[in-house]
Design a binder for this molecule. Sequence first.
Ligand SMILES: Cc1cc2nc3c(=O)[nH]c(=O)nc-3n(C[C@H](O)[C@H](O)[C@H](O)COP(=O)(O)OP(=O)(O)OC[C@H]3O[C@@H](n4cnc5c(N)ncnc54)[C@H](O)[C@@H]3O)c2cc1C
Ligand code: SF4
Length: 323
Amino acid sequence: MRLPKFDYRRPERIQEACAILLDQPCAKLMAGGTDLLVNMKHRAETPSTIVSLKALPDLDFVQKTNSALRIGALTPLKKVYNDPFVAAKLPALAIAASSVGSYHHQTMGTIGGNLCQQTRCKYFNQSKWWRSSRPLCFKAGGELCHVAKREGVCYSTYCGDVAPALLAFGAEVILTGAHGLRQVPLEEIFSGDGKTPLKIGRGEILTEIVIPNQAADGFSTYGKSANRGSIDFPIVGAAVWRSSSTGESRIALTAVDRKPVRARRLEDFLEGKQLNEETFQAVDGLVAKESRLMPSSIDSLSYKRKLMGLLVQSALSEARGGE
Ligand SMILES: Cc1cc2nc3c(=O)[nH]c(=O)nc-3n(C[C@H](O)[C@H](O)[C@H](O)COP(=O)(O)OP(=O)(O)OC[C@H]3O[C@@H](n4cnc5c(N)ncnc54)[C@H](O)[C@@H]3O)c2cc1C
Ligand code: SF4
């Protein structure tokens, strides 16, 4: 499959990249290109200009400071999970990054690109020829949705592996724009709209991920179920973090909604509770209420609900082993 025609820019300064984005609304950023270029080959995305981030300096690093672990947005996933501090103290992140696609995706793909990847739908992530057998859906510029009949809403699903681990750690991100930078909780950059899944300003670039030190003081893990274990997006993914000092639990899920979700009702339920068989029984029913599952993937909703419960129970039972 060939790429469509596009202009290519390779700025060497962030301000230059921001200026191109502001000047050209149809331009798209590219980091490793492992998500964007596939979508372009399918004509699911057709930017007029690609703005490569690869020549920008100082965005490929994993750095420990007194208060946080800072990771540059252009850091390849392989470098993230091979970092000794991440591997030893933040296992949920190491497991999530090393479960993305294949080894090649982990070498080329960056942590920033992983967080900012497009949502997915069985009617949309197909070749143009496949899609042409039906009327264009809302996300493709048409007027209807093949998943649900509600007008103007796209229910495509966020399937990134790394976001749930970072949400469970309470991570923040730095967004850099033409007029400076701002630091916001990671959760805030996801819009919950399948058509435009990111809520970052025009001309802004995700430049850094900040994981507070507190995240390293506890148990964490990430569980993923996929149709093809060696290369696939998650059917469901679940990250669990449990504090060693306070017993607080944080749980986040992916591939269950239009954005990665924190399972807050379940977290509240677990507060102050012992991790035992009785608690695990209740988890199953509670976790299914945490998302707005829609039939936009090839797997059935009942199967996904079952997996959500099993993955969270399995992670909590691992956490109990460590207490
Ligand atoms: C066969 C296959 C299997 C895959 N399996 C998985 C999987 O199991 N799990 C998973 O999570 N992903 C998977 N992916 C998707 C993709 O490979 C990864 O998400 C990868 O980490 C994307 O990173 P990238 O640097 O290549 O992103 P790119 O493709 O360069 O960018 C992805 C998107 O993010 C935007 N973007 C990139 N960097 C920034 C930034 N710094 N600021 C703002 N926007 C930015 C781009 O404009 C683009 O829209 C798979 C892809 C393929 C083709
Ligand atoms: S959820 Fe509906 S609008 Fe969104 S990509 Fe799928 S078919 Fe298109």
